[in-house]
Design a protein around this ligand. Structure first.
Ligand SMILES: Nc1ncnc2c1ncn2[C@@H]1O[C@H](COP(=O)(O)OP(=O)(O)O)[C@@H](O)[C@H]1O
Ligand SMILES: [Mg+2]
Length: 464
């Protein structure tokens, strides 16, 4: 995807596989060629060494029938010196009479005793490397004389043989490798055919139910499971949207009917006092409707599974909460409520989102100011919890909520019947969702004497 976005071709499995295989396979070809050459050379050496030994023995046999009284016969000389490419050397040396024949000076090794197999060794002549075979025999005419026959050849022919074998092997190996790479190239298509049933099944779907693991190849499972996770989040977003639409339609129906009623009333009777009364009702209804839609939106926002948790950071409740309380003091004074803050000595940290926590606290303070009533006290505190977490508490000494209704606080649209205040019944639901996003829990109980005490309990890990 990233590659595609950058303007290049989409990533390709085949290309990736080929590129991944090319370098190691190239190296393998090289190693195979080296090995082939080494094996071929070893083989050529064996064959040539045998030939060289045979040549020494043949020469010895030929010399047995020679007079060996100084010069070699014409025929023997021709045979010995016949060397069309100039890569063979020989010497025939008599212990008594010295060099009888020869065409090269190369270092001699001690000859083996007469009658034993020729000895082979490596040597040099000028810049040429040589392979030498040496054997000895008792002179056929003089039992006291020892004739040593040495034949040497350069390694050129052996390398030539090895190269010939290499030239045969390398194209074959290359052909093999090219065939395997082509198989990989087409094999990818074949391998991907295993996805066809899944593709068909997905193409036939028009809902977001999980793909599941049926006919999903093992290698694709992590991908389909990730997609299933995404589907699950999308399903809950869709459910949330549906609920929002249903709630909004339901919640707006009553105020819209009220608005229409009061407008009708104003149109029917245009006396100033009726008009004023209708307008006042219309004002109240619009304020309430605006508040309802704002709360519905706030609830939907904090419930969204796509809400970005990246905004979470380490926050000091002991700084954030008193600031938020400070901003509401004037409003509290106007409402005749004594709003105060009590903080723990030690700073209390949570991993959270600034705006969310602010909204949570505002909803709790709103309720304190509305429901506790004139002359009451609302105390916000931040405490260290015994388990190492932090507690945020909002307590008032107002009328509170009947004990049997406490468990219902936090339900969407739940309002204590006849509480006498305008509201939506969404504030505590919002508090609840924001707390969940912080992995915190919300508890409601009756205050020390009366009133309501709401406690938000944050888990022990304090930094993000
Ligand atoms: N501090 C409080 N004292 C008494 N009743 C409360 C208090 N806080 C909440 N309630 C009750 O809980 C109900 C739900 O509160 P909330 O979810 O904030 O919705 P709203 O305030 O819009 O009605 C309120 O209608 C009220 O009856
Ligand atoms: Mg409220």
């Amino acid at each position: 995807m990233a590659e595609q976005a950058a303007g290049g071709a989409p990533p390709s499995l085949r290309r990736r596989l080929l590129v991944f295989l090319l370098v190691p396979v190239g190296l393998l070809l090289l190693v195979a060629a080296l090995l082939t050459y080494a094996i071929a050379l070893g083989y050529a050496n064996r064959v040539h060494d045998n030939d060289l030994s045979d040549d020494v023995l043949t020469l010895e046999q030929m010399l047995s029938s020679e007079k060996l009284d100084g010069e070699l016969s014409e025929q023997a000389r021709f045979l010995l010196e016949y060397d069309p490419d100039g890569h063979n050397y020989f010497t025939v040396v008599s212990r008594k009479r010295g060099l009888l024949a020869g065409n090269g000076e190369f270092p001699h090794a001690p000859s083996p005793p007469p009658g034993t197999a020729p000895v082979l060794y490596d040597s040099h002549l000028g810049k040429h490397s040589l392979r030498v075979a040496v054997a000895s025999m008792t002179s056929p005419h003089d039992p006291d004389d020892l004739i040593t026959v040495t034949i040497a050849e350069t390694l050129r022919d052996r390398h030539q043989r090895a190269r010939e074998i290499l030239m045969l092997a390398v194209p074959l190996q290359t052909l093999l490798i090219v065939s395997v790479l082509s198989l990989v190239w087409f094999g990818v298509n074949y391998g991907l055919r295993v996805l066809q049933p899944l593709t068909r099944r997905l193409a036939a779907r028009d809902e977001l139910s999980p793909i599941g693991d049926v006919d999903v190849p093992q290698e694709i499972l992590p991908l389909t499971r990730t997609i299933d996770g995404l589907f699950a989040r999308l399903r809950s977003v869709l459910a949330l949207q549906e609920r929002f639409i249903a709630d909004a339609a339901h919640q707006l129906r009553t105020p819209l009917a009220g608005l229409s009623l009061h407008v009708g009333r104003a149109l029917a009777d245009q006396r100033p006092e009726t008009l004023r009364d209708a307008l006042e009702h219309i004002r109240q209804l619009t304020v309430r409707t605006a508040r309802t839609s704002a709360q519905l939106l706030a609830l939907t926002r904090v419930q969204s599974p796509l809400a970005d948790p990246a905004g979470f950071r380490t926050l000091a409740l002991t700084e954030l909460v008193p600031q938020a309380v400070g901003l509401r003091v004037h409003e509290a004074l106007a409402a005749g409520v004594d709003l105060g803050y009590q903080g723990s000595e030690a700073p209390q940290y949570v991993c959270g989102d600034d705006a969310g926590l602010q909204e949570l606290l505002d909803n709790l303070i709103d309720n304190g100011l509305h429901y506790a009533g004139r002359g009451s006290t609302v105390t916000v505190s931040v405490l260290a919890a015994p388990d190492g977490g932090s507690l945020l508490q909002v307590e008032d000494d107002g009328p509170g909520v009947p004990a049997e209704l406490l468990p219902r606080l936090g339900e969407r649209f739940f309002r204590v019947p006849s509480n006498g205040e305008p509201g939506t019944g969404l504030g505590l639901a919002i508090v609840q969702r924001i707390a969940e996003r912080h992995r915190a829990t919300v508890h409601y109980r009756t205050g020390a004497h009366r009133g309501l005490c709401v406690t938000v309990r944050f888990p022990p890990e304090k930094s993000c």
